[in-house]
Design a protein around this ligand. Structure first.
Ligand SMILES: Nc1ncnc2c1ncn2[C@@H]1O[C@H](COP(=O)(O)OP(=O)(O)OP(=O)(O)O)[C@@H](O)[C@H]1O
Ligand SMILES: [Mg+2]
Length: 443
C-alpha cells in the first residue's frame, strides 16, 4: 500500500515542487491551498505525512494544526514556515507537529525529513512489537489471547463466512465486527449495524427488510431495509439473541436463499451481504431453552470468536488506560494525563464487570475530576473502585513473612515481663522462643 502525503500550501511553486519530490520518494500525494480544504482532505485520505504551511489565506495555520492533531489519525505533520517565525514553529511542535521546515528549503531537506519520519516510524513499531502491542483499526491490545483473536479476524476477513462474536458487554465486539469488515474485500462497501434489541418487533422487521408505503399503520412512504443498504458489504446483527421468533424464521429464510421481500411487497429481492452477529448472552443456552432457533444459530455461527472479559486479560488494563488518557487529552486539546502507581494498582485489582466500556468511562471521569494537574490519583476514581481492595499501607505491602514475625515477637516481648509469659502469648514453648530470639537478633 502506497504511503500518502498531503501538502497544504497556497504557494503554487512550493506546492508543485513538494508534490513532485514526494512522489519521487514513493508517496501518493494530495494537496489543498486552504486550511478548510486541507482539514477535509486529511479526514478523508488519512495521510501518513502532512506538510502544512503556517500561513494560509483562509485561516491561521496553527488552528489547522490543532484540528489535525485532535483527529484520531496517526500522522506526522511537518509545518512550513518563514525564518522570521521560528517562535510559531516552536509553538507548532508543542501542539503536536513532528518538526518544521524553514522557508526556503531544498529537496534534500525534504528527503531528510522523510527519512527521519521513516526511522521514527520503524522505531515506534519495534518498541510496540517488543512490548507485544498490537494495533489494528481502533483496537489495541498486548494480551496474548487477544493477539490470536486479531489474527483470526484477519483470517476470516478474507472469506464470506458468517462470524459469531460472543463475550461480555463492553469487551469490544462492536469494534471487532468493524475491524473484520475493514480488513475484508468488502471494506469499500457499506457496514450496516442492526440492533436486534429494537423494542418493537415490526420496527425491527422493517428495519431489516424495508417496507412499502401502507404496509402497516405508520408506513407513510417506502423504506429501504438495512439488508439492501448493506449490498455488497457487511451486516452487523448486534444483540442477536433478542430477535423474536417470527423474525428469526424470516431471517433464516434469507440466509438460506439470500433473498427476501420488503414488508407489503411480494417482489423478491436478492442481495449479497456478509453477516457478523454478536451477543453478550449465552446463545447455546437460549437454543436449549427453545428461545433461539438452532438452525439459525448454526447458520450464523460458522466461525465463532469469543472475546475475553477485561478481568481475564489484566495485562491490557494499563495499555488501554493510557490509550484512553491520550484519547481524552486529544479530544479536550489538553496535554495527556497519567495515572499514579496506586491508581493504576486499583484499576488492575478491580473486576471490571462493564469491561473496556467501563474503563473508558472511568478514565474520562478521572480526566475531568482530577484534583492535581497531569496526574490521576486514587481520589479521582469512583469510590467502588478506590475501595475495591482494603487499602494496605505501603509499609505493610513491602514486608516479608520473616520481617512480620520479627516485629510481632519483638512487640510481644516488650509487653511481657518474662520469656515464659511471652512464649505463652505466642503459643510456642519457651525454648523455641529463645532460639528465635537469638536467630532474629532480638534482645
Ligand atoms: N481493545 C480495545 N482497544 C481500544 N478500544 C476498545 C477496545 N475494546 C473495546 N474498546 C472500546 O470500548 C468500548 C466498548 O466496546 P464495544 O462497543 O465494541 O463493546 P461490545 O462488546 O460491543 O459491548 P456490548 O455487548 O455492550 O455491545 C468502545 O468505545 C470501544 O471502542
Ligand atoms: Mg456492541
Amino acid at each position: 500500500m502506497a504511503r500518502k502525503a498531503l501538502v497544504i500550501d497556497d504557494d503554487r511553486n512550493i506546492l508543485t515542487t513538494l508534490l513532485i519530490h514526494l512522489e519521487s520518494l514513493g508517496f501518493e500525494t494530495c494537496s489543498a491551498s486552504t486550511g478548510a480544504e486541507g482539514i477535509r482532505l486529511f479526514m478523508e485520505e488519512k495521510p501518513q505525512v502532512v506538510f502544512l504551511d503556517l500561513k494560509l489565506p483562509d485561516q491561521d495555520g496553527l488552528s489547522v494544526l490543532e484540528a489535525l492533531a485532535a483527529a484520531e489519525i496517526k500522522s506526522y505533520i511537518v509545518v512550513i514556515t518563514a525564518y522570521a517565525t521560528i517562535d510559531t514553529a516552536v509553538r507548532a511542535i508543542k501542539m503536536g507537529a513532528f518538526d518544521y521546515l524553514p522557508k526556503p528549503f531544498t529537496p534534500v531537506q525534504v528527503s531528510h525529513m522523510v527519512d527521519m519520519i521513516d526511522k521514527i516510524c520503524a522505531m515506534e513499531a519495534e518498541i510496540a512489537s517488543l512490548k507485544g502491542i498490537v494495533r489494528e483499526g481502533g483496537l489495541i491490545t498486548r494480551n496474548h489471547q487477544m493477539h490470536k483473536i486479531v489474527a483470526m479476524a484477519r483470517q476470516v476477513a478474507d472469506s464470506n463466512a458468517s462470524v459469531f462474536l460472543s463475550g461480555e458487554s463492553g469487551t469490544g465486539k462492536g469494534l471487532l465486527a468493524r475491524l473484520i469488515h475493514d480488513l475484508s474485500p468488502r471494506a469499500v462497501n457499506p457496514f450496516v449495524t442492526v440492533n436486534c434489541a429494537m423494542l418493537q418487533e415490526n420496527l425491527l422487521e422493517s428495519d431489516l427488510f424495508g417496507h412499502v408505503k401502507g404496509a402497516f399503520t405508520g408506513a407513510l412512504r417506502d423504506k429501504i431495509g438495512k439488508l439492501e443498504l448493506a449490498a455488497a458489504g457487511t451486516v452487523f446483527l448486534d444483540e442477536v439473541s433478542e430477535m423474536s421468533t417470527t423474525i428469526q424464521a424470516k431471517f433464516l429464510h434469507f440466509l438460506q436463499y439470500r433473498e427476501f421481500e420488503r414488508l407489503g411487497d411480494p417482489k423478491t429481492i436478492q442481495v449479497d451481504v456478509r453477516m457478523i452477529a454478536a451477543t453478550n448472552r449465552d446463545l447455546e443456552e437460549q437454543v436449549a431453552a427453545g428461545l433461539f432457533r438452532k438452525d439459525l444459530y448454526f447458520r450464523l455461527n460458522v466461525v465463532e470468536i469469543h472475546v475475553p472479559s477485561l478481568r481475564e486479560r489484566p495485562d491490557d488494563i494499563e495499555l488501554l488506560a493510557s490509550h484512553f488518557l491520550k484519547h481524552f487529552a486529544r479530544l479536550n486539546r489538553k496535554p495527556a494525563m497519567s495515572l499514579d502507581v496506586e491508581a493504576l494498582q486499583l484499576l488492575q485489582a478491580y473486576s471490571w464487570p462493564g469491561n473496556v466500556r467501563e474503563l473508558v468511562n472511568v478514565i474520562e471521569r478521572g480526566t475531568i475530576l482530577a484534583r492535581y494537574p497531569y496526574i490521576i490519583t486514587p481520589i479521582d476514581l469512583p469510590a467502588h473502585i478506590a475501595n475495591y481492595l482494603p487499602r494496605q499501607s505501603a509499609d505493610a505491602d513491602m514486608k516479608t513473612l520473616a520481617e512480620m514475625e520479627k516485629n510481632h515477637i519483638n512487640q510481644v516481648l516488650s509487653q511481657s515481663s518474662s520469656i515464659d509469659e511471652a512464649a505463652k502469648v505466642l503459643g510456642i514453648d519457651p525454648a523455641t522462643l529463645w532460639r528465635k530470639r537469638k536467630r532474629l537478633q532480638l534482645d
